[in-house]
Write a protein of this length. Structure first.
Length: 152
């Protein structure tokens, strides 16, 4: 399993969730939450390790690339495993929107929704956030969503 801690900051002037320095006003931000991320392996042979580790988390995050068809084998396996975790919220990060057209990103988004329907996953417990990690697009919304689900 992989593990990392990081701090989420918020610019009080702009309400922007970000790193230590606000990219809008260049002022130092206030720390609002320390988050721990556990990267549990999703490989079939390590499924029990993943489920055991995921049982103690406040929320799950699943990355789906906007430039790939949905579902990929691992995506399907992770979502099926998620169903067994009970009443946990899920954040789906639709990454790499910078590599596709707006229409392709919307099609990929719809494929994600269709997959959730197919697996009978309650979409009210799922937040899908389109991002471009490399271009820092919508990362503030992802950080804001993470703050909602962490219990500390």
């Amino acid at each position: 399993m992989g593990y990392a801690d990081f701090t989420i900051y918020k610019c009080e002037e702009h309400g922007y969730f970000t790193e230590k320095i606000c990219p809008i006003c260049n002022k130092e931000n206030k720390p609002v939450r320390k988050i721990s991320i556990v990267d549990a392996p999703g490989h079939e042979s390590l499924l029990m390790v993943m489920l055991t580790g995921a049982a103690i988390v406040d929320a799950a995050i699943l990355g789906i690339a906007a430039n790939e068809t949905v579902p990929q084998t691992k995506t399907l396996e992770h979502l099926v495993a998620f169903k067994y975790l009970g009443d946990k919220p899920l954040i789906i990060v639709q990454n790499k929107i910078d590599l596709v057209t707006k229409e392709e990103a919307m099609k990929n988004y719809q494929e994600i929704l269709n997959l959730l329907d197919k697996l009978n996953i309650d979409k009210n417990k799922v937040k899908i956030i389109p991002i471009s990690a490399i271009n820092n697009v919508n990362i503030n919304y992802l950080l804001e969503e993470l703050c909602k689900y962490s219990k500390i």
